[in-house]
Design a protein around this ligand. Structure first.
Ligand SMILES: [Fe+2]
Ligand SMILES: [Fe+2]
Length: 269
C-alpha cells in the first residue's frame, strides 16, 4: 500500500473584489509580494503530478494550503494543476483544507473552498461532513478540518471538542488495521514563542493518542520544511512540507506483512 502526501502549494491568483484589500487578504497579498512569490514555484506542482503518477500510489493525499488567501482564482490554479490526479482512477484522492484555504469569511471565498474541497475529494466528501473516517485498502483513515478564518495576524487553529471527540472515538475503535490521521496542522511541535502565532491549540488529547499508539500515524502539512518524527516501525508523524517551496512530497509505504510504514522524501526538480 503506497500513499503519496503533498502539501502547501500556495497558488496566488489576484483578488476577486475591492473588499479583499480591507480584510486578511491584504496581508496575504503583502506576504505573497515580499515572501511567497520568491519561494513558491507553482510549476513544481505540475512536475509533482507526473512524478506521483509514476510512483503508482494507491492513495494520494493533499494536506492543504493550495491557496494563498482562499481566493477563487487561486483554487482554480491549484485545481488545473491537480486535474490529472483528480481524474486518475488508478488511485484514491483526498484533500483537507489548510488555514490559507479558509482565510476569510467572504462568501465567494467560502463557496470556492467548498467547491474545491468537493472537486479534490472527487465528490466523495463534503466540507460540512468533516471529520470523516474511511477505510481504504486495509487502512483506517480519519480526515479532519481544523481550519477556520482567524484573526488578521494569526496562522493558528484550534482542535474543537467535536473534532477531538470524533478522533478519539475513532482512535479507540478495536481493529487490526493501522490508523492514519490526516490534518493540516502537525501535532508534534516544539511550542517556542515564535510558533505561538502558527500552531494548533487544543491538540493535547489527540497528541496523547498518537504518542500512546492509538493512532499509528499523523500526516500533515502547514510547516513548509518536510520532517518525519517516526519510530523504527514508522509510527509517529510525517510533515509533507511545501511542494512548491521545498520541491518534495512524502511517499509512505505500508507493509502488511511486517506491519511497518516506510517513509521516503521524493524530490521534484
Ligand atoms: Fe502553508
Ligand atoms: Fe498552513
Amino acid at each position: 500500500m503506497k500513499i503519496a502526501v503533498f502539501s502547501d502549494s500556495h497558488a496566488y491568483g489576484g483578488h476577486s473584489s475591492w473588499n479583499a484589500f480591507f480584510d486578511k487578504r491584504a496581508i496575504g497579498l503583502l506576504n505573497y509580494l515580499y515572501v511567497r512569490k520568491h519561494r513558491h514555484k507553482q510549476e513544481l506542482l505540475g512536475k509533482m503530478v507526473s512524478k506521483i503518477i509514476e510512483t503508482k500510489p494507491d492513495v494520494v493525499i493533499c494536506t492543504g494550503d493550495v491557496s494563498t488567501s482562499g481566493e477563487l482564482s487561486e483554487f482554480d490554479i491549484a485545481c488545473k494543476y491537480l486535474k490529472p490526479l483528480v481524474e486518475n482512477e488508478n488511485f484514491d484522492m483526498f484533500y483537507v483544507p489548510g488555514n490559507h484555504d479558509c482565510y476569510v469569511e467572504d462568501e465567494k471565498c467560502l463557496k470556492a473552498l467548498k467547491e474545491t474541497f468537493s472537486y479534490l475529494n472527487r465528490g466523495k466528501l463534503k466540507l460540512e461532513d468533516m471529520p470523516k473516517s474511511l477505510i481504504i485498502k486495509g487502512i483506517s483513515f480519519c480526515f479532519v478540518n481544523v481550519c477556520k478564518p482567524s484573526n488578521l495576524f494569526l496562522s493558528t487553529a484550534v482542535m474543537s471538542k467535536q473534532n477531538s471527540d470524533y478522533i478519539l472515538r475513532w482512535a479507540e475503535t478495536e481493529t487490526k488495521m493501522p490508523k492514519i490521521l490526516v490534518d493540516h496542522y502537525p501535532l508534534i511541535e516544539k511550542h517556542t514563542f515564535i510558533r505561538c502565532r502558527h500552531r494548533l491549540y487544543g491538540e493535547k488529547e489527540v497528541l496523547s493518542a498518537l504518542k500512546n499508539k492509538k493512532i499509528d500515524l499523523s500526516v500533515c502539512g502547514h510547516v513548509h520544511h518536510p520532517t518525519a518524527k517516526i519510530d523504527d516501525r514508522g509510527r509517529g508523524e510525517i510533515v509533507a512540507g511545501s511542494i512548491t517551496a521545498n520541491r518534495s512530497f512524502a511517499l509512505i509505504e505500508y507493509s502488511e506483512k511486517d506491519d511497518k510504514f516506510e517513509y521516503s522524501k521524493i524530490s521534484v526538480n
